[in-house]
Ligand binder design. Structure first.
Ligand SMILES: [Zn+2]
Length: 334
């Protein structure tokens, strides 16, 4: 599996003790290398202003530049809860570039690629950075694909948190499907609706947690339904692993083995609908051991081309979520 990584990703918030730490990529990359799972590393370019501005308003990009400008120490971005420092703009540009590079890699090869990037992106709205996120890497990559090839992108998000930033830019060929804890930060992600031919699908999950089998069964169902409706040319996955039990920021009580199951289902969906094209872009995941293990499993399943159907019964899905899925299937039939 092609891995997109750059040493620059460690330079944001170094030595600050913030949960969104350099270890999330530096330690993970080192361990993947030790395990022989980081064999094929692609180095990204920086995303240019015009690429970022397909998702973010120019006045927000200017605000980020102005506020980070010549910082001597860390501060909060004025738009929300994002700590930034003097290196953040350079790192965030290359994170968006990393997501774009993962899309390019999967388009070239017809096999999945993984962007091991930070800062994460899915909370960054068109005109507002928040939730540790500066630029919406996954959405920027989706728009870069569309700018080059046209077509439709299905952006799926299995992070513990709702991607309010991605929801903010849905439409014009970009569909979004999310599971997320609720009630939980950022407090969005309740409605599902069609926006023209595009789908916005939100499945809130109990913040008290959910059985691993149910989590997997929900995604097996969602991927099939959403892909049948959207008929994507590309899948981009906001890959956040803070759903894993024990995560210090998230924690849905889900076992680390879910990453294998998700990868099987997502890669299979990509094979069935869009020539195997799927770009995974790292979002959350704050327990370094669980994050490493999740990404290692995802890479291993991908390298073995393991796309078998997961043994996860729909009966395991809680009644409320089963009802949501049933209503979705009605609404999103073509
Ligand atoms: Zn998260």
């Amino acid at each position: 599996m092609k891995l997109v990584y750059d040493a620059l990703y460690g330079d944001h918030l170094r030595d600050l003790g913030h949960p969104e730490s350099p270890d999330r990529v530096e330690v993970v990359a080192a361990r993947l290398t030790q395990r022989g799972l980081a064999g094929d590393v692609r180095h990204p370019l920086d995303a240019a202003d015009d690429e970022i501005e397909r998702v973010h308003e120019p006045r927000y990009v200017e605000l980020v530049k102005r506020e980070i400008g010549d910082l001597s120490g860390p501060r909060y971005l004025s738009t929300g809860d994002v700590v930034v420092d003097a290196r953040t703009l350079d790192v965030a540009r290359r994170a968006a570039g990393g997501a774009i590079a993962a899309v390019e890699a999967t388009v070239e090869s017809g096999t999945p690629a993984f962007a091991l990037v930070r800062p994460p992106g899915h909370h960054a709205e068109s005109a507002r950075g928040m939730g540790f996120c500066v630029f919406n890497n996954a959405a920027i990559a989706a728009r870069a694909y569309q700018a080059r090839a046209g077509g439709r992108v299905l952006l799926i998000d299995f992070d513990y948190h709702h991607g309010n930033g991605t929801q903010d830019v849905v439409g014009a060929g970009l569909s979004y499907v999310s599971t997320h804890a609720s009630p939980a930060y950022p407090g969005t992600g309740y409605e599902s609706t069609a926006i023209g031919d595009d789908a916005l699908i939100n499945i809130p999950l109990p913040a008290s947690g959910i059985a691993t089998e149910a989590f997997v069964a929900i995604w097996e169902h969602l991927l099939g339904s959403a892909a049948a409706f959207v008929r994507p040319d590309l899948i981009v996955a906001s890959a956040g692993f803070d759903y894993v039990a024990g995560d210090p920021v998230g924690d849905l009580g889900v076992d680390v083995s879910a990453a294998s199951a998700l990868a099987r289902a997502i890669n299979r969906t990509a094979q069935q609908h869009c020539g195997g094209r799927v770009a995974y872009v790292l979002e959350g995941g704050y327990d370094i051991d669980a994050l490493t293990e999740s990404i290692a499993q995802l890479i291993d399943v991908t390298n073995r081309a393991d796309t078998r159907e997961n043994d996860a019964s729909a009966q395991a899905i809680p009644a409320a979520q089963r009802e949501l899925l049933r209503a979705l299937d009605e609404r999103f039939q073509r």
